[in-house]
Write a protein that binds this ligand. Structure first.
Ligand SMILES: C[S@@+](CC[C@H](N)C(=O)[O-])C[C@H]1O[C@@H](n2cnc3c(N)ncnc32)[C@H](O)[C@@H]1O
Length: 214
């Protein structure tokens, strides 16, 4: 119960930060705190490539949790290798979802406010969803991430793919969370199952994880 109240307070601060950023910089990589479009796209490509490699179904459904202003859908639509993916975007932030609906007026139904898909998908993916955090308590943030992954795990048929910035030790610097790669793998393996990690190509310090259901 207390945890839930603490998590809600964290989310309020995050929502404010993302809403202000979007209002200031608009639906663009910098509007969701990315440095540039090339690292944003490189992250999408690493996640989607993993899903394409392991999916046992031809047209996997995808829940993009923390979809921001919908840039992943734009990338999927432009990339032949991923055009068979059936996309849904979910974000905790209403301003982000409103922006998605403006970017994709004919596909408004693909976007909704939330923290997990409302009904099962084949895979949930998360790009940058847990990078920005408004706490200095590393273990609280670690627990928050896993609580969110758990909700999505229950709604994913085949698994989860996510990226995190990683460093030699877990830390929070300037509101950015850096995970310890091996510790993340150990916890995810214990809670969910075999977890694979690979340094995200072309993005220094970023790691792409795949947690697949057996
Ligand atoms: C760094 S932005 C990345 C947006 C998008 N994935 C991209 O790469 O363009 C992180 C997004 O995750 C959302 N977010 C943060 N925590 C979340 C959660 N627990 N559930 C759903 N969305 C969340 C934020 O509102 C924000 O839009």
């Amino acid at each position: 119960m207390l945890r839930r109240v603490i998590y809600a307070a964290l989310e309020r601060k995050l929502n404010r930060a993302y809403k202000d950023r979007l209002a200031a910089l608009g639906p663009a990589p910098k509007g969701v705190f990315w440095r540039n479009q090339s690292t944003q796209i490189a992250r999408f490509d690493a996640l989607l490539n993993l899903v394409a490699t392991v999916t046992p179904v031809a047209n996997p459904t995808l829940g993009d949790v923390g979809c921001g202003y919908g840039a992943m859908l734009d990338f999927i639509q432009k990339t032949p290798r991923y055009q068979n993916f059936q996309y849904f975007g979910i974000d905790i932030n209403r301003a982000m979802i409103n922006s998605c609906k403006q970017q994709f007026p004919d596909q408004k139904h693909l976007f909704l406010v939330g923290k997990h898909p409302p009904s099962p998908v084949d895979f949930c993916v998360f790009s940058g969803t847990f990078n920005l955090c408004h706490t200095t308590d590393i273990s609280l943030w670690h627990d928050y991430i896993f609580a969110n992954l758990q909700q999505c795990w229950q709604r994913s048929r085949y698994g989860l793919a996510l990226n995190l910035l990683c460093g030699p030790k877990a830390e929070i610097k300037n509101h950015i969370f850096y995970a310890e790669r091996q510790k993340f793998i150990a916890t995810a393996s214990q809670l969910f199952g075999p977890t694979h990690a690979r340094s995200t190509p072309h993005v220094a310090g970023d790691v792409t994880f795949l947690i697949a259901k057996p």
